[in-house]
Design a protein around this ligand. Structure first.
Ligand code: GRF
Length: 190
């Protein structure tokens, strides 16, 4: 059966767009059933609408730090869309273990580093400051430990002598757009 995929975003949604386009073209044998953002004016929402994908907003600021209540609202929106797989794509909220356990083995994330290196934020700056010669991106299964779930795919990106966090981020993002659809295509076939 064709798998149903929901995508959670917080920003521009360029990774989300590559996933949706790959589903629409048949490169990923799945259908995008929902794009959900925790930021009401996230640029990715308009892109999802233009692609004909249903959207939802669960604004975390309305929950005043109550992570359980926020996650319950996200879960309710997901249940309506009834996805088989949830893809985090630039989703900048930390999810509760209880929520994550509901999607155990069915929730993926893309992270802009070669995990297990540089979990968390500011990955490109940290890689440059460490004098690394290679950076990259990883797609992994989401577990309750941040950015620590099993890695499903990685792409390396050379760090150049004159790289800034921004120039490196731009080249890594280009590779994210290749990696995430490839990994999801394999994942839905399992
Ligand atoms: C990507 O670099 C992703 O790895 C990181 O946030 C960025 C999101 O970009 N977590 P976009 O919203 O997919 O354009």
């Amino acid at each position: 059966m064709t798998k149903r995929v929901a995508i959670l975003i917080s920003g521009g949604g360029s990774n989300m767009v590559t996933l949706v386009e790959a589903m629409h073209s048949g490169r990923i044998e799945a259908i995008p059933v929902l794009v959900l953002s925790n930021i009401p004016d996230a640029g990715g929402l308009a892109k999802a609408e233009a692609l004909g994908v249903p959207t939802a907003v669960v604004d975390h600021t309305g929950f005043k730090g109550d992570r359980e209540a926020f996650d319950a609202a996200v879960h309710a929106a997901l249940q309506e869309a009834d996805p088989d797989i949830v893809c985090l794509a630039g989703f900048m909220r930390i999810l509760t273990p209880d929520f994550i356990s509901k999607w155990d083995g069915r929730m993926l994330n893309i992270h802009p580093s070669l995990l297990p290196k540089y979990r968390g934020l500011h990955t490109h700056q940290r890689a440059i400051e460490a004098g690394d010669k290679v950076a990259g991106c990883s797609v992994h299964l989401v577990t309750s430990e941040l950015d620590a779930g099993p890695v499903l795919g990685q792409t390396e990106v050379e760090i150049r002598d004159n790289d800034t966090p921004d120039t490196l981020a731009a080249r890594v993002l280009t590779e994210e757009h290749r990696l995430y659809p490839r990994v999801l295509a394999d994942f839905v076939r399992q």
